[in-house]
Ligand binder design. Structure first.
Ligand SMILES: Nc1ncnc2c1ncn2[C@@H]1O[C@H](COP(=O)(O)OP(=O)(O)OP(=O)(O)O)[C@@H](O)[C@H]1O
Length: 344
């Protein structure tokens, strides 16, 4: 059973198509990174998963429950850190947590939750006096109440300093080790790369790629870039490098490292053996002074897919097949349609 199954999801706001026939699955107990530029439709997708926005068309299931008809059950099993959520100035950290614990019928200890996010010292201080990062830590603690089966984190590192961001990643890993599925929406590549098993890239309401980070790297066809510093460059050497297996692009740079030396550089994009490239250069009589490899970053992959140069592969995906039916006869009336406040 998939933790999240989205099939043919379209969401329109008037003339705006926020989501366009979107389909993807998140497996149980995976950390799934949901990436996309501003306005791609990430928050809209999350709002539909939690029934804060109703789809125009499509089938959306969380733990095999229909997202509209079984939203109460889904929300009970889900911890959410919504993008742009704020805390209540007049309530303390403890009171925030007690409210969530009570409304979920959980029995967590607020002190233990705040220890996890390194905020226990401020447990009885009013959130109005919290810094942005402290508020974000409190919101993360609120999402952890009741050991949810699914954690939905929308831009969770907003307002966090590098230490806070690292702690947040540690918590994602701990939650995942406990058995939780984590749906991690962000446009910060490093965060996603550090914790996610698979990544989906959304562009203009469409999923343009779903794969592991390394699979996505391969799919943009760049492999890695080998920078080779040489004594001089000539056409014979470049031609030999171009005809080396798995080399996809060869460029030269006149400046050496730091810009002050005259050492020219050959930059080679290759999915194959680096030694083949070095041999090709040396066989043309050039002296190789140094070389280094630059892996394609997820940022490069993101750029390729969100600016139109990606290959558009959606790996390991498939829309839901079969004839699952939702058995809940009681439609949940707790939905708040399309309101920002409804996400909190
Ligand atoms: N309540 C709404 N009413 C009208 N249009 C909306 C509403 N919510 C979202 N949209 C539009 O839907 C599209 C997708 O927005 P969404 O907030 O889902 O994107 P996002 O990927 O979360 O962006 P960001 O990274 O900036 O948070 C945008 O064009 C946005 O303007």
């Amino acid at each position: 059973m998939a933790a999240i199954s989205v099939a043919g999801l379209t969401k329109r706001y008037g003339q705006t198509v926020a989501l366009d026939d979107l389909s993807f699955r998140v497996h149980e107990n995976e950390v799934f990174g949901f990436l996309g530029p501003n306005g791609a439709g990430k928050s809209t997708t999350i709002n539909v998963l939690l029934d804060f926005a109703r789809p125009t068309a499509g089938d959306v299931r969380v733990f095999d429950h229909d997202a509209q008809r079984r939203s109460r059950e889904i929300r009970r099993r889900t911890g959410v850190l919504p993008e742009g959520a704020s805390t209540y100035d007049r309530l303390t950290g403890r009171q925030h947590l007690e409210f969530v614990i009570g409304s979920k019928g959980a029995d967590d200890d607020p002190e233990r939750l705040l220890e996890r996010v390194d905020l226990v010292d401020a447990i009885d201080k009013k959130a109005g006096g919290y810094s942005k990062g402290m508020s974000q830590r409190l919101l993360l603690a609120m999402a952890l109440v009741g050991d949810p089966d699914l954690l939905i984190l929308d831009e969770p590192s907003t307002g966090l300093d590098p230490n806070g961001a690292r702690e947040m990643r540690d918590i994602v890993r701990e939650e995942n080790a406990r058995g939780a599925t984590v749906f991690f929406s962000s446009h910060i590549m490093e965060q996603v790369e550090a914790v996610c098993d698979r990544v989906g890239i959304l562009r203009d309401g469409e999923m343009v790629a779903v794969d592991t980070v390394s699979g996505l790297r391969d799919s943009v066809g760049q492999g890695s870039t080998l920078h080779v510093w040489v004594d001089h460059v000539d056409e014979t050497a470049l031609e030999r490098v171009r005809s080396t297996p798995d080399v996809t692009a060869v460029t030269t740079e006149g400046e050496g490292r730091g810009g002050e030396s005259a050492e020219p550089t050959i930059a080679v994009q290759t999915g194959g053996a680096k030694t083949d490239v070095i041999h090709a250069i040396e066989s043309a009589g050039l002296e190789v002074r140094d070389f280094e490899t630059e892996e394609t970053s997820l940022e490069d992959v993101f750029h390729a897919y969100t600016t139109g140069s990606g290959s558009g592969a959606v790996a390991g995906e498939g829309t839901r097949t079969g004839t699952e039916t939702d058995t809940d006869p009681e439609p949940d009336t707790g939905a708040t349609e399309e309101t920002e406040a409804g996400r909190r």
